[in-house]
Design a protein around this ligand. Structure first.
Ligand SMILES: [Fe+2]
Length: 365
């Protein structure tokens, strides 16, 4: 690498409208700015660039969209590596040690109850965790992304009546508490994505929280919209399996109350409810990291960080399949979205969904 080459002389060529405007309107100021900076490159063999040209490159490299995307991508890959390292640890390290103390049990509707808990990814990013309980028309309950089955949760279910008939891991990651719920409700049907039974079988024996339970149904690309777990389930739910998502997401639509239930498809940070019972010092820890990641995983405003994250990172591997899934989900008439990470989106779920997945709904390649 040429040590005299300014980092600003990049191979990026895209110029955002902002940069173009800056160059059009203030070329002399930018040129003088660059001239001051370039004095340190007195031995630079590339000095045959014109000053205007250098100025263009200098400004462009720091403002280009590719630069932004590159930073996001590198951050994500680093974060994903850490996540995998973290995930390789015993599951007990990943969950709150005092779930009864910190869990928020809330009725979203008479038939939908959320169980919200704090959860810090990489031990510092406050993404929160959330299980969703749904009462089917049959009277039986389904639990999605189960969290700790505390005495309070058991009491809640006893108060509401019925029993748990379905234990659902809606992706490759949200499965740790399956065993705990299956022990309490041995008749419940266990549902998850392809690869999860094998992952759990491997962990069973070395991880005390994870057993080797039999799955009633495992989703594959061959049955992306399968909802015939049984007649009761099919009556109340539509399903979309997104094998194109890195975590193999299964998205559920609870038709009677127009609620979309998902795990990692769409975050909605900050995780206010999930951290509402945590001592203030812990709630405010790792402020910079949370601000940075939270900004990228927020649905507020134009949510450009989130949209770009979805487009350039999550959906990049198989965008046609991703787009098709998003378009099918958009056909469902939901108003509320319950995510596992961050705030629930009650009443405005469809608007947020359309905003975040705008490019996928337009069918861009
Ligand atoms: Fe997750």
């Amino acid at each position: 690498m040429n040590k005299y080459r300014p980092s600003s002389v990049s191979t990026f060529s895209f110029r955002s409208p902002l940069v173009k405007r800056q160059l059009d309107q203030r070329p002399s100021q930018i040129a003088s700015l660059y001239r001051a900076r370039s004095t340190i490159y007195t031995n630079n063999p590339r000095r045959n660039y014109s000053t205007e040209d250098k100025a263009t490159r200098f400004v462009t490299s720091f403002n280009s969209f590719q630069t932004f995307t590159g930073v996001v991508l590198v951050s994500f890959l680093g974060a994903y590596y850490l996540y995998q390292q973290n995930g390789a640890k015993m599951s007990s390290k990943l969950i709150p040690s005092d779930p009864s103390e910190v869990m928020v049990i809330r009725d979203i509707t008479p038939n939908v109850v959320t169980l919200s808990v704090p959860f810090a990814r990489f031990g510092m990013i406050h993404v929160g965790g959330r299980a969703t309980l749904v009462r089917l028309t049959s009277g039986r309950w389904a639990v999605f992304s189960p969290v700790a089955l505390t005495p309070e949760v058991k009491a809640k279910l006893a108060q509401l009546g019925g029993t748990v008939g379905y234990i659902i891991a809606p992706d490759f990651e949200h499965h740790i508490f399956i065993t705990e719920w299956a022990k309490e409700y041995p008749e419940a049907k266990i549902i998850g994505p392809e690869g999860l039974p094998e992952k759990r079988a491997k962990a069973a024996g070395t991880d005390e929280k994870i057993g080797n339970e039999k799955f009633a149904h495992v989703y594959t690309p061959a049955d992306k919209q399968f909802n015939q777990i049984d007649a009761d389930f099919a009556k109340d739910f539509e399903v979309e399996y997104m094998e194109s998502h890195p975590n193999k997401e299964i998205i559920f639509y609870y038709k009677p109350e127009r609620v979309l239930i998902e795990a990692d498809l769409l975050f909605n940070l900050p995780a206010i409810e999930q951290y509402s019972k945590v001592p203030e010092a812990a709630r405010n820890s790792h402020g910079f990291a949370n601000k940075l990641f939270g900004g990228m995983q927020s649905t507020e405003g134009e949510a450009k960080g989130m949209k770009r994250f979805m487009w350039y990172v999550f959906s990049a591997k198989n965008r046609p399949s991703w787009n098709a899934s998003i378009q099918r989900i958009d056909q469902w008439d939901f108003t509320t979205i319950i995510p596992c990470h961050g705030e629930t989106m009650e009443g405005n779920g469809k608007e947020i969904f359309k905003k975040i997945f705008e490019w996928h709904l337009e069918g861009k390649k």
